[in-house]
Write a protein that binds this ligand. Sequence first.
Ligand SMILES: Cc1cc2nc3c(=O)[nH]c(=O)nc-3n(C[C@H](O)[C@H](O)[C@H](O)COP(=O)(O)OP(=O)(O)OC[C@H]3O[C@@H](n4cnc5c(N)ncnc54)[C@H](O)[C@@H]3O)c2cc1C
Length: 631
Amino acid sequence: MGDVPDDNERRRLGLDTQITRRDFVNGALVGGGGALLGAPFAGTLRAGTLVTDTFTGYGGVGDYAKANGNTWPVVQAAHRLRDGGYDAAAFATAKPAGDFDLVVVGGGIAGLSAAYYFTKVAGTGRRVLLLDNHSMLGGEARQNEFMVAGERLLGPQGSNDFGIPVSGSGSLADAFFTEFAIPREYSWQSWDTRLKPLRFARDNYSNMDGFQESQVDVGYFFGEGPDGKPLWRRNIWGNGLRDTPFPETARRDLLRWRADNGAVSDAQDRYLDTLTYKDYLERVRGYDPAVTRLIEPIVGLLSGVSADAASARVGRQLVEPPDRTMALSFPGGNSPFPRALLRGLLPAALPGKDFDSLMYGPVDFAALDRDTQATRIRLDAMALRVEHASPDSRGRRLWVTYEKGGALFKVGARAVVMASGGWVNKHILGDMPDDLRAAYDQFTYAPALIVNVALRQWRFLYDLDVTACRWFDDADSFGYCCNLRQTMSSGGQAPPLHPDRPAVLSFYLGLPIPGLPAAQQGAAARALFLATPYAEFELRVRRQMTRLFAAYGFKPERDIAAIVLNRWGHARLIEPPGFHYGRDGKASPLERVREGYGHVAIGHSELNGGQHWGSALEYGKKAGERAASKL
Ligand SMILES: Cc1cc2nc3c(=O)[nH]c(=O)nc-3n(C[C@H](O)[C@H](O)[C@H](O)COP(=O)(O)OP(=O)(O)OC[C@H]3O[C@@H](n4cnc5c(N)ncnc54)[C@H](O)[C@@H]3O)c2cc1C
């Protein structure tokens, strides 16, 4: 992925910037045993934390600093499990660590939801143990935190947008908002009227084509013009693509595609699930292939694979009416949802009752796992094996073995909820029935990469008259879009929205590989994402930003305070045609997995197919209630 920068480029990109006292914005270096790893990382050190390995890189500050995406220790342990690295001899060393009514594997929204709703049904005195293999809860709904020039900045690691549930609708999301006093009206960073008017997205998707791009000031970069200068066009959809270099037929069909939005009936949905999105666009609708090319990276990010492998049902959902109410996000994305569940389970771990302390308060890690508590949450603990015990085990119906701090432990449980994804569960559920294994074998996954760049200032975007950018694939490009949100302000935490003040610029990307079958795309993309060191991604981000913005005054060594990568190896459950509703008269594998087996309930967001925070809450709750029924 890319060539080695020479000394000049290193200087220009800010890769060799010296660490100075002024730059230690978090007060101290907190390397966690990490060593200075040499020149490629120098650029990242300025923000205050030493990188701990060449994969994970800098993780920001605060409670989430060592849990940015899938970190190297977690990836290593998971691959050891997958490759059979824990044998019978290793399991025999597991130390007994007590008995529980419920053990939950996974501390994302689904796992926390399972534990929370389990205790509601089974009673708060029940002994519950929740294991998560990262150093912080929240799973894909975790956040990054930065301190830049005295401002605390938050950004989503992945899950970022939500819609406000309709009050009184009786939906689970509605009840959840009410129960945890999550407000339904918000204040946003104010925009100084003396500055020129600019429109911002309030989440990290609305800026993308097919969503609410017409409500955001988006710059489109069409490469370098004949004079070598960057060729920008602004808000291309607003004037019917007239300013773009797209050929006439491409323009016509892109506009048709953009207008082909809105809800479809169940019957249409089922029909769409019989073909690929590319087939739908080019064969059924007869659009110019330019349409497929334009939306390919968005389909790739949100479905995991290219349009020739994703179901048309999934692709079609990505086109929304341009005037739809814009989606929202909290400063740290959807992190308040798992934090609310944590507070519900263990109020002392996230003290306070109001929403501001829910969003911004520090977690009291000591309150997660005390001997005296009925509910215990164990972090940095990786479940390795779950299996039913013999029938004469006096109420202890399952054994759960996990690793923590290099040692193996074994607990008894009366029920288990697997709130981890199928790619993990397949290797953990030692006595899984054959039909469940066969169903899981049809689950395939694709990765996503979310890069949050903490900027000291963003006048270069202001001078370009935009708050988000889109560019098109060529040999030198990295990603396809970036976005600077107008952030929710609350509880005195309101970093100013001003081009000369710090902000977070987010890059969301998948890696679709057209021409490959869906499962192979996911595997190949994951291999590439996992084999690429942090330094390589850092270089690509800095080069991309320089190419886009240098002509508008951007200076990487001056303007970038920190770059955090959030790698999600299995971000998306891939849904090729026929997966969602089943093929050849056979039920979807989703249905089999939802059933679980014995005293094991399964409750990850993927059981919905398309994953979102609400499906994590829903399937976690169902699994928790099912587990309670097994007591
Ligand atoms: C990049 C990205 C963007 C997204 N954007 C949005 C969005 O904008 N809006 C939205 O609503 N949804 C979004 N989602 C989806 C949605 O938020 C997620 O589906 C949801 O947060 C997942 O919750 P979960 O609990 O089901 O799973 P996860 O968050 O995956 O949680 C599972 C947890 O289990 C842990 N675990 C795994 N194996 C083990 C083990 N062996 N032992 C112990 N712990 C283990 C994992 O580390 C993780 O912490 C996004 C997802 C991604 C990846």
